[in-house]
Ligand binder design. Structure first.
Ligand SMILES: CC(C)(COP(=O)(O)OP(=O)(O)OC[C@H]1O[C@@H](n2cnc3c(N)ncnc32)[C@H](O)[C@@H]1OP(=O)(O)O)[C@@H](O)C(=O)NCCC(=O)NCCS
Length: 147
């Protein structure tokens, strides 16, 4: 198995936005990803045996890293790839001088919460009714990990 991480390119946006529409009920748009690239956010593609398997967007502000998106293609979820991608992001963020990473996750996102708990993220807050949901709104759990 060969695993590779490379910066996201404009050429990746079709695949990334199509994958995003498949895995989230309230996905980012293609424009959201294009804007992230234009803004210079640290945006990554993970390739498994030469095939695109996942992606992530990280915003670095001073000594803080904010994880804005981390996603694994649905057919490849639950095999440890999300953990490997998060490991890569923590290393990159620390390399850029970040000392802590923040993220928000839907309170119903079991896979996300499990991944972040496992990686030592602490639950530091809750934003009430932060996300749109199928029925009304849903809370976000705010998490932080020292790098
Ligand atoms: C969240 C996500 C990035 C995790 O990546 P992954 O490759 O599926 O996760 P891993 O295989 O590395 O597993 C990480 C942990 O989550 C658990 N997990 C994975 N899928 C799960 C699921 N559907 N339900 C509950 N737990 C799950 C795993 O069991 C593992 O914990 P364990 O080692 O204690 O067993 C991926 O599932 C995904 O892209 N989901 C859709 C998008 C999303 O929700 N992104 C996060 C937004 S904050």
């Amino acid at each position: 198995m060969s695993l590779e991480f490379r910066p996201m390119l404009v050429e990746d946006l079709d695949w990334v936005s199509e994958t995003e529409q498949q895995i989230y009920p309230f996905p980012w748009s293609r424009t959201n990803f294009a804007d992230s690239l234009s803004a210079g956010y640290s945006s990554w593609i993970m390739q498994l045996d030469g095939e695109v398997a996942g992606y992530a967007v990280l915003m670095l502000v001073m000594d803080e890293a904010h994880l804005l998106n981390i996603s694994i293609k649905s057919s490849l979820q639950g095999r440890g790839l999300g953990s490997l991608l998060l490991d890569h992001l923590c290393l990159k963020a620390a390399g850029f001088g970040a000392t802590q990473m923040f993220l928000e996750v839907r309170s119903s996102n079991e896979a996300g919460l499990r991944l972040y708990d496992k990686w030592g993220f602490a639950r530091i807050g809750r934003r009430k009714a932060y996300y749109p949901a199928e029925q009304g709104r849903e809370d976000a759990i705010v998490m932080r990990r020292m790098l």
